[in-house]
Write a protein that binds this ligand. Structure first.
Ligand SMILES: Nc1ncnc2c1ncn2[C@@H]1O[C@H](COP(=O)(O)OP(=O)(O)OP(=O)(O)O)[C@@H](O)[C@H]1O
Ligand SMILES: [Mg+2]
Length: 149
């Protein structure tokens, strides 16, 4: 595949309705499938995307209405997914990343754990009152093996 033709992206924006989690998951998975990911890796991408988008929808706006933006890009080497809200932000990002930490007693507090373990890179950029931006990168296993050989 030529480098120039391999580059592709999608950008979407939607209101923070829970049913849009599935829309984002399917769109990102369809884009990811253009790269050399295994089915298992595509499933991991779906989970990580769903977790980031549901966090934006549920925690970002806490019952208020707001806009969630998702951008995903593939090139010959990797998938990048960016999920953004303009909601309340996270006061302590290190604490929020801890397994089982949640500000909602009904939840498991595992979203960031899944994002971290299923993706190769996870960046959390957040500030109270400004919102949250999650950036995740994943490289196909088959690419990593080829690079090592
Ligand atoms: N986009 C966001 N805006 C504001 N707060 C967030 C956002 N994403 C995460 N958080 C905060 O970080 C905490 C941890 O998030 P994480 O996804 O790991 O767990 P959870 O959403 O609480 O539970 P689970 O994902 O297992 O349902 C949340 O409880 C919430 O307080
Ligand atoms: Mg979560």
């Amino acid at each position: 595949m030529q480098e120039s033709s391999a580059r592709n992206y999608i950008a979407m924006e939607f209101p923070n309705r829970p049913e849009n989690v599935g829309v984002a998951r399917i769109a990102v998975a369809a884009l990811a499938a253009q790269l050399d990911f295994t089915l298992e890796e595509v499933d991991e991408i779906k989970v990580a995307t769903s977790e980031a988008v549901s966090n934006a929808i549920l925690h970002g706006y806490r019952g208020r209405t707001g806009v969630v933006k998702v951008r995903a890009e593939v090139d010959a080497e990797r998938l990048e997914v960016v999920v953004q809200d303009e909601g309340q932000g996270i006061a302590d990002v290190e604490l929020a990343r801890q397994p089982s930490y949640s500000t909602d007693p009904e939840r498991m507090g595992l979203g960031f754990v899944f994002m971290e373990s299923f993706m190769d890179e996870l960046e959390i950029d957040s500030a109270p009152g400004r919102g949250t931006r999650i950036r995740m990168v994943k490289v196909p296993q088959r690419k990593k093996k080829a690079a090592e050989a």
